[in-house]
Write a new protein. Sequence first.
Lengths: 110, 112
Amino acid sequence: RKEVEQDPGPFNVPEGATVAFNCTYSNSASQSFFWYRQDCRKEPKLLMSVYSSGNEDGRFTAQLNRASQYISLLIRDSKLSDSATYLCVAEGSSNYQLIWGAGTKLIIKP
Amino acid sequence: DAGITQSPRHKVTETGTPVTLRCHQTENHRYMYWYRQDPGHGLRLIHYSYGVKDTDKGEVSDGYSVSRSKTEDFLLTLESATSSQTSVYFCAIGTVSNQPQHFGDGTRLSIL
């Protein structure tokens, strides 16, 4: 089982809709969680950290569920520019180095 | 955009040859990282640095070495390249341990 798992998608979503995807992690002691976005053939960019109480940044909301060991990302009022691959990151069990999920591809359609 | 550049951006070379990738930053960030990204896998940490001459191994360090003689530069060396090292390599920098904040544009490396 991978330490960080994501549904690869693609999620095809109409513009303006709300979309959410989850990411599961295996290290119950993990303290740090992040979401990055990566455009096709580009570098990853930090989207937001994920805090225990949940956090919001504009149209984006990240939440942590420790009991079920997953984090989620919700995007409201989706824009065409939100089309990207979203990478989930959590601390792994080995020296707490970050472990990256393989990404969830999101396609926003007009 | 953060001042981080990788060179070369693309390289094709043969099995058994040495290869060095360079990461240069102008942000004076303490932490620097080298990752590889392969289809179906998340980014995997190769090596990282927490200061000049201070480096440590990541998840997939076999076959790679690094050096950081100056704050600005972090070099990744493949001593004898193998086809399994064909990948996209990303350098990243950060001010906080274990949180890469900015990535370079990546180096596409093909080992034939």
